[in-house]
Design a protein around this ligand. Structure first.
Ligand code: ADP
Ligand code: MG
Length: 475
């Protein structure tokens, strides 16, 4: 081929490639540009990791804990299950989407569980604290009568998934309500005492509260029962939170004994990361709008960028804004896009579960929102925006896990993960794994393991471990 021919050929190839790219790229450049602020570089994510480490250390340090945003509460859970726990245990799970009472039968490699969901009416969620605890006690009593375990007192683990300052395995003061609860007279109080008082007011059931914990610790415990490498618990559901096993020498606030094992599970409460302004470099106008309209403005800013309670709403705000700017749906999208709370996080999962280039689920969602006859271009744009929001959430959650893995420095750690966002979003797991790999220190390895129903199983396991240790100590 002559030199001239070669030049003509390469020009033709480049021209054909450009046409093919233009055909594939249904998403207009303007939309990509408007979403650019949602796409975080590795450098920004490393910065998130670094900043979180600073905040965790401020939480662990005695002199800085008071003002720290990431409180790093010691849980008083020191031992993980060893598989030898056995007996019948009750558990309460409050602070997730559902309130549940559970009865768990444990033996070597046996885990039998019965549970019942009870509604917590909005009026109770926002009413006086005594009303909430009377309601919990009533549900517990109903369940115990139904399962005929109301004769002799059973050990109970209480999963209370709100930020608490713990003063012992059975003493936890609520720091602040989150996730839509706002009962008066509970903040600053010991929730175990409030539960025990409500049970005493009834007088028809007897229980031994062995432990109070949150869903994050429960998730870690439930996974550790099967997997000895498990050292981190992560929740990606209504909220986001993580706990990890820390050496006592790093926990300045520790006021317990220093006997073996020389460790304690730390409940980081990292959903509040950013509440002192440290995440402003990545927050957007959408995050600010969500925060302003929330029940707890200025609080849980990290959580509001990630978790299931907010991710659909972040997506909706982007969709609505770009529609207003005429970049989507020819400027006239479905009405409900302009109503707060009408675009659920599960829609993001559904839209992203379509195969690339297909839009069956996306069309279904848009039809559900009252928008018929969406074009392929509309669907590609909507999917692009969903991906931008969910990828950002997965990547900053990955930065948090990488921060903990780097801090712990153990060669291999299993991370137990629970929550519908992680479980049902079709790409969350893969996105997180890929990003954590890029962010952790060389030589470290990890895996992410789904820990189903940590908040129920874990509560029983913490109670069971406490009973096992108690009975060993009594020998
Ligand atoms: P909780 O954290 O309250 O115990 P879940 O783990 O079930 O409960 O998480 C509930 C959150 O998960 C809700 O905020 C909801 O928006 C979100 N969610 C529910 N289904 C899905 C889904 N298919 N994909 C992504 N998020 C979901
Ligand atoms: Mg849960």
């Amino acid at each position: 081929m002559t030199g001239k021919c070669r030049i003509w050929r390469s020009m033709l190839m480049r021209w054909l490639a450009r046409i093919s790219r233009a055909k594939q790229r249904l998403v207009p450049r303007r939309i990509e540009e408007r979403c650019a602020e949602l796409i975080l570089s590795d450098e920004q994510l490393r910065d998130v990791c670094q900043r979180l480490l600073v905040e965790i250390n401020r939480g662990l340090n005695k002199d800085t804990n008071k003002e720290a945003t990431v409180k790093c509460f010691p849980t008083y859970v020191r031992e993980l299950p060893n598989g030898e726990e056995c007996g019948k245990f009750l558990a309460l799970d409050l602070g997730g989407t559902n309130f549940r009472v559970l009865l768990i039968d444990l033996g070597p490699h046996i885990f039998h569980m019965e549970s019942k969901i009870f509604a917590v009416p909005q009026s109770v969620m926002l009413g006086p604290g005594t009303g909430l605890f009377d309601h919990i006690a009533e549900c517990l009593a109903t369940f115990m009568h139904e399962h005929m375990v109301d004769v002799s007192p059973l050990p109970l683990g209480f999963t209370f998934s709100f930020p608490c300052s713990q003063e012992g395995l059975t003493k936890a003061r609520l720091a602040t309500w989150t996730k839509g609860f706002k009962c008066s007279g509970v903040e600053g109080e010991d929730v175990v005492r409030l539960l025990q008082e409500a049970i005493a007011r009834r007088g028809d059931i007897k229980i031994d509260v062995m432990a109070v914990l949150n869903d994050t610790t429960g998730t870690l415990m439930a996974c550790a029962w099967k997997n000895q490498a498990c050292r981190i618990g992560l929740i990606l559901g209504t909220g986001i939170n993580a706990c990890y096993v820390e050496r006592l020498e790093n926990v300045q606030l520790w006021d317990g004994d220093y006997e073996e094992p020389n460790q304690v599970v730390i409940n980081t409460e990292l959903g509040a990361f950013g509440d002192n302004g440290t995440l402003e470099f990545i927050r957007t106008e959408y995050d600010r709008t969500i925060d302003q309209h929330s029940l707890n403005p200025g609080r849980q800013l990290f959580e509001k960028m990630i978790s299931g309670m907010y991710m659909g709403e972040v997506t909706r705000l982007v969709l609505a804004q770009l529609t207003r700017e005429g970049l989507l749906f020819d400027g006239m999208g479905p009405e409900v896009l302009f109503e707060p709370g009408q675009f659920f996080t599960k829609y993001v999962s559904e839209i992203e579960s379509d195969k690339k280039g297909e839009y069956t689920c996306c069309r279904q969602v848009l039809e559900e929102l009252g928008y018929e006859d969406a074009s392929d271009e509309d669907c590609a744009n909507v999917r692009y925006i969903c991906e931008a929001v969910s990828r950002r959430a997965a990547h900053i959650a990955a930065a948090a896990v990488a921060c903990l893995l780097n801090k712990m420095g153990q060669k291999h750690v299993t991370v137990a993960v629970d929550g519908s966002l992680y479980r049902f979003h079709p790409h969350f797991h893969d996105l997180m794994v890929e990003k954590i790999r890029q962010l952790i220190n060389p030589g470290l390895t990890f895996d992410l393991m789904l820990s189903e129903d940590g908040s129920g199983r874990g509560a029983a396991l913490v109670a069971a471990v406490a009973v096992r240790i108690g009975s060993l100590a009594a020998r």
